[in-house]
Design a protein. Sequence first.
Length: 120
Amino acid sequence: MSPLLIHTRHFPPHRYHAISIFPFVFYNGQPLTNNEIQHETIHLWQQIALLIIPFYILYLTFWLIFLARYRNFDMAYRSIPFERSAYMLESKSNPKAFTQAFHWIKMVSYKEKPQQRPKA
Ligand SMILES: [Zn+2]
């Protein structure tokens, strides 16, 4: 699947470079790298697999759980199983659509604490 890439000035908000909202990938600033396109494509497959709206409900639920646990926005974001999966798979060459859509389930029980990004 090739995502429909849309360059915008202010969306997503400045903390993030790209966001997938089926069937589009919005990005700001520099063009997306191949890994970033793959990362966002994985999110689109995750959304399809969960019939779109439940994906966003689960995503937000995971984020709130991890935000309560770590009290850190970036660590909460990086702990979301959908994100762990997308970061893990983004550099793999051509993972199968099924893998991209459902690999996140393995990440639900993944216990390793995410690395905090160094402050720029
Ligand atoms: Zn992501």
